[in-house]
Ligand binder design. Structure first.
Ligand code: BMA
Length: 333
């Protein structure tokens, strides 16, 4: 019996779909890796690709690609993603992580976090075949994370959502309580256009950040995000929720889930490197109409990091995600 009442996301029975046991050794730095989590995802020509965040015993993080014919059973490629050209960045890069993949104008782009001395920056890379990646540049100047590119221009501009890091979780990473919309003419230089949504203090999503890139529906941009509840004293609880943004002006929120739609409940989400974490980062929508809008009946797969240790898969439909957005502005500050 399914005892998951109310949550729009349902776990795949084979969860966790990827653990450290599925990783090939990639000598010299990635042998007997520690964890695999927070994957970017995209489906192209029938193959589902994940860009995995893999952590070594040195606690360095690397990106590694995985491929699947059914979106559930993945084969991990035995090489670390080489962002060609990234070596030209003068400042030291400590980690690259949490890549989000967007197909835009027929090319796949990856927006990812880069930990550097001044804080976190957003790096951008492009690929034609999801195997070779060319680094395009560091595309932010202040401390910011969770950058996600829209899959098309809106009002003549490239758009992304981003989350400035303005706060520090007790004993944890930098975070923030506002997601902003930013625009660009060339994908490299970005300017903030306006705030999109804020954290709801005292509730499930006090601190927030975008999950996978937004998906276009006839009702608006479907935007899965993560929220962190910090008022439990002993733990920060990372959950998934969803909001709906106006198609023409994505800074306008049309709806937002009142509760989370996935929260840590299973042992692999409750226990691990960072306990109590589900962190959605990849989403595959199967069916679109001729004009590129996701069909309400379309199956959806959401890939998420579990406890910063493993990869989980949760399924739903576009219609269920839209229905979950039914509470515009509840508790909005
Ligand atoms: C966030 C990011 C994620 C991580 C999560 C839970 O701030 O750093 O990469 O999965 O914390 O530790």
């Amino acid at each position: 019996m399914n005892n998951e009442r109310g949550g729009a996301l349902r776990r795949d029975p084979s969860n966790p779909i990827l653990t450290r046991a599925d990783l090939p050794d990639i000598p010299p730095v990635l042998t007997d890796a520690t964890s695999v989590f927070n994957p970017g995802a995209v489906k192209a020509a029938g193959i589902t690709y994940l860009m995995l965040r893999v952590q070594a015993r040195s606690r360095e993080t690397f990106m590694v690609m995985a491929e699947s014919a059914d979106g559930v059973r993945f084969v991990v490629r035995p090489e670390i993603v080489d962002f060609k050209g990234i070596e030209q960045v003068r400042e030291r890069i400590y980690h690259v992580y949490d890549g989000r993949i967007t197909r835009l104008e027929g090319v796949h782009y990856v927006m990812f976090a880069m930990d550097m001395d001044g804080g976190c920056r957003l790096g951008l890379a492009r690929t034609d075949d999801l195997r070779e990646f060319r680094f395009m540049g560091v595309t932010s100047t202040d401390d910011v994370r969770n950058g996600v590119l829209f899959p098309e221009k809106v009002g003549g501009l490239y758009l992304r959502l981003e989350r400035p890091n303005k706060a520090k979780l007790e004993g944890g990473p930098t975070t923030g309580s506002e997601i902003w919309l930013a625009g660009s003419d060339d994908l490299l230089a970005w300017r903030r256009l306006g705030p999109v949504m804020g954290g709801r203090f005292h509730y499930w999503d006090e601190f927030i950040g975008s999950g996978p890139p937004p998906v276009k529906t006839r009702s608006g941009w479907l935007h899965v995000y993560h929220g962190v509840a910090t008022h439990f004293g002993s733990a920060n609880i990372y959950q998934a929720g969803v909001s709906l943004l106006d198609l023409r002006d994505p800074a306008k929120v049309l709806g937002r889930s009142r509760g989370n739609i996935l929260e840590p409940r299973e042992p692999y989400e409750l226990c691990g490197q960072v306990p109590n974490v589900v962190f959605p980062s990849g989403m595959v929508v199967e069916e679109f109409d001729a004009e590129g809008y996701a069909l309400p009946s379309s199956p959806v797969k959401v890939y998420y990091g579990a406890a910063d240790t493993a990869v989980g898969l949760a399924v739903t439909t576009v219609a269920e995600l839209l229905a979950a957005c039914g509470d515009p502005g509840w508790g909005q500050t």
